[in-house]
Design a protein around this ligand. Structure first.
Ligand code: UGA
Length: 489
C-alpha cells in the first residue's frame, strides 16, 4: 500500500467502535470488493458474498482475484472486520445494510438485470426488519423502485436505496476514500438515516453527501459516465482535426481545461475509451433515452465516434507504416484498457490486434499486468512483461496503454532493439522532438508526426520502416560502416 493511501486512511475518521454497522456486500468484482474492503477500513463489519466458492477461498487467503493497486494490502489490514462467504442467506440475515454490487451487463441495447433480481430473490426471505437494500451496481433509472416492488410482492417491506459508485479501476481505493461526492437516492427517511450512518466517516471528513431521489441517483451515475465519455470522444475528434490542420491537441486540451467551466480532466486524446463501464453505460443510457422517447443524441454520437476510432486503429498504424504490413513485426505496448489494471474488457488493444493480425502482421505484445489475460484471448500471441524484449527486431512499435513503465522508456535503447524506427504513440507519452532525437519516426495523436532528427540519423539510425527484418549481425555490419557509429543513441 502506498504511503499516500496509508496517510489517507490514518486521517479519515472511523465509524465509532460503539457504532460500526453490519454490512453485507453481494458480489466481489471491482466495485463490491473495493467497497467492502474500504467500508471495513472505515470501521464497519463487512461480509462480502460471492456465489463462486473458489473465489471466496482466494479472498479468504487475503488475495484479490484481480489487480487493483493497494487492494490486497488493505484487505490484509482489515481482516478482523472483513469476511468472505458464499452463503448469501447467512450474510443477509446478519446485515443492517445489504449492498448489491453484482454485474449488470449489456443485453441487446439495454441492461441485463438478472443478477440483481436473482440476488433479491435469494435474500428476500432472510432480511432483518429495517435492513436497507442498496443498489450499487449501475442500473437504469427506475430499477431501485422496481426492486422494492419485488420485495413488497414477496411480503418484505424493506427499503431499497440507490448509491452509485464512481470508482475508476487503478485508483479505486483513493477514489472511494477521497470521493468527490457520495450520492444516495432514497424514498424515505429510514434509508437516509442508515446510509448517512454508513458514510459518516467520509462525510465527517467533509466529503459532500448528495441526498436525492432514487431515480436521480441512478440518472447521476449514467449521466456522469456519459458526460465523461462525450468529453473523451470530443477531444479525440479535435485531435483528428489537429492532425489535418497542423495543430497540437495537447496544447488545445490544456488551454481548454484551464477554463473552469470545462475542466481539464478526461481531455486526453487517445485510442478511444474502453473498459467495462463507459461502453456499457453509454449504451444503456442511450437505450433508456430511446425507450422514453427522449433520445440522447450526444451520447449516441459519442458512442459512434468512439466505435469508429477503435475500428480505425489498425488502419492508423498501417497508414503510419505506409505499406502492406504482411510479415512486418509490430510490437504492441499495452494490452489493458488503462494502466494499473489487468482488465482488457473493451480495450483498444483488442480491435488493433485483431486487425493487424488479419492484415498479416506478426505481433509481439507487452503489458505489465495483462499478459495472462491477453494469452487467454489470443492464444498464439507472443507476450512479454518487458517492453524492450517485445520490441526486439520490431519494424514498428505501438503504445496503446499509458502505463508509467512506457512513459519511462529509454527511447534510444528501444530504438536500438528495433529493426525499424517507427513508434506510433496512441497516448502521447513523449515529446515528439525527444523521440526524434532518439532516432525514431514518431507518430502520435493530434500532433504533427516527426522524422528522426539529423543527429540521430547520422548516428546510424535507419529512416523508414525496414522493408523486411534483418538479422542483428547485418545491422551491426551496416552500422559499423557508417561514419561516427559511436554516437548512435
Ligand atoms: C469509469 C469512471 O471514470 C468511474 O467514475 C466510474 O465509477 C467507472 O467508470 C464505473 O462506472 O464503474 P474506469 O472505466 O475504471 O472508470 O476508468 P477511466 O479512468 O474512467 O477510463 C475509462 C476509459 O477512458 C479508458 O479507456 C481510458 O483510457 C479512457 N480515457 C480516460 C481517455 O481516453 N482519455 C481521458 O482523458 C481519460
Amino acid at each position: 500500500m502506498t504511503a499516500e493511501l496509508l496517510s489517507l486512511l490514518h486521517h479519515l475518521p472511523r465509524a465509532s467502535a460503539a457504532d460500526p454497522m453490519r454490512v453485507a456486500v453481494i458480489g466481489t468484482g471491482y466495485v463490491g470488493l473495493v467497497t467492502g474492503t474500504c467500508l471495513a477500513a472505515l470501521g464497519h463489519k463487512v461480509a462480502c458474498v460471492d456465489i463462486d466458492p473458489e473465489r471466496v477461498a482466494t479472498l479468504r487467503r487475503g488475495m484479490a482475484p484481480f489487480y487493483e493497486p493497494g487492494l490486497e494490502a488493505l484487505m490484509q489490514r482489515v481482516t478482523t472486520r472483513l469476511s468472505f462467504t458464499s452463503d448469501i442467506v447467512a450474510a443477509a440475515t446478519y446485515a443492517e445494510v445489504i449492498l448489491l454490487a453484482v454485474g449488470t451487463p449489456s443485453m441487446g441495447g439495454g441492461t441485463d438485470l438478472s443478477q440483481v433480481t436473482n440476488a433479491i430473490a435469494a435474500i428476500n426471505g432472510a432480511l432483518l426488519p429495517g435492513a436497507v437494500v442498496v443498489i450499487k451496481s449501475t442500473v437504469p433509472a427506475g430499477t431501485a423502485a422496481q426492486v422494492e416492488r419485488m420485495l413488497r410482492e414477496a411480503g418484505h417491506p424493506n427499503s431499497v436505496a440507490s448509491n452509485p459508485e464512481f470508482l475508476r479501476e487503478g485508483t479505486a481505493i483513493s477514489d472511494f476514500l477521497r470521493a468527490d461526492r457520495v450520492v444516495i437516492g432514497v424514498a424515505e427517511s429510514h434509508a437516509e438515516t442508515v446510509l448517512r450512518r454508513l458514510y459518516e466517516p467520509l462525510t465527517s471528513a467533509r466529503i459532500p453527501l448528495v441526498v436525492t431521489s432514487r431515480t436521480n441517483a441512478e440518472m447521476i451515475k449514467h449521466a456522469a459516465n456519459g458526460f465523461l465519455a462525450m468529453k473523451i470522444a470530443f477531444i479525440n475528434e479535435v485531435a483528428d482535426l489537429c492532425e489535418r490542420t497542423g495543430g497540437d491537441v495537447d496544447d488545445v486540451a490544456r488551454a481548454l481545461g484551464l477554463d473552469v467551466r470545462i475542466g481539464g480532466h478526461f481531455l486526453r486524446a487517445g485510442p478511444g475509451y474502453g473498459g467495462s463501464c463507459f461502453p456499457k453505460d453509454t449504451h444503456a443510457f442511450a437505450e433508456l433515452g430511446r425507450q422514453h422517447g427522449a433520445p440522447l443524441r450526444l451520447i449516441e454520437a459519442a458512442m459512434a465516434s468512439n466505435q469508429a476510432r477503435r475500428e480505425g486503429l489498425g488502419a492508423r498504424v498501417a497508414g503510419a507504416i505506409g505499406r502492406d504490413v504482411t510479415g512486418l513485426r509490430i510490437a504492441i505496448l499495452g494490452l489493458a484498457f488503462k494502466p494499473n489494471t489487468d482488465d482488457m474488457r473493451e480495450s483498444p488493444a483488442l480491435p488493433l490486434i485483431r486487425d493487424l493480425q488479419a492484415a498479416g502482421a506478426v505481433l509481439c505484445a507487452c503489458d505489465p499486468r495483462a499478459v495472462a489475460c491477453a494469452s487467454r484471448i489470443f492464444p498464439g500471441l507472443a507476450c512479454f512483461e518487458d517492453p524492450y524484449r517485445a520490441c526486439e527486431g520490431a519494424d514498428a512499435a505501438v503504445i496503446v496503454t499509458d502505463w508509467e513503465a512506457f512513459r519511462l522508456l529509454d527511447l534510444g535503447r528501444l530504438r536500438s532493439m528495433m529493426s525499424g524506427n517507427l513508434l506510433v504513440d496512441f497516448r502521447n507519452q513523449f515529446d515528439p522532438s525527444e523521440a526524434a532525437k532518439s532516432g525514431l519516426r514518431y507518430v502520435s495523436i493530434g500532433r504533427p508526426s516527426v522524422e528522426p532528427s539529423q543527429a540521430a540519423e547520422t548516428g546510424g539510425a535507419v529512416v523508414g520502416v525496414s522493408p523486411r527484418r534483418r538479422p542483428a549481425a547485418v545491422w551491426q555490419e551496416r552500422i559499423a560502416r557508417l561514419p561516427d557509429s559511436g554516437s548512435r543513441p
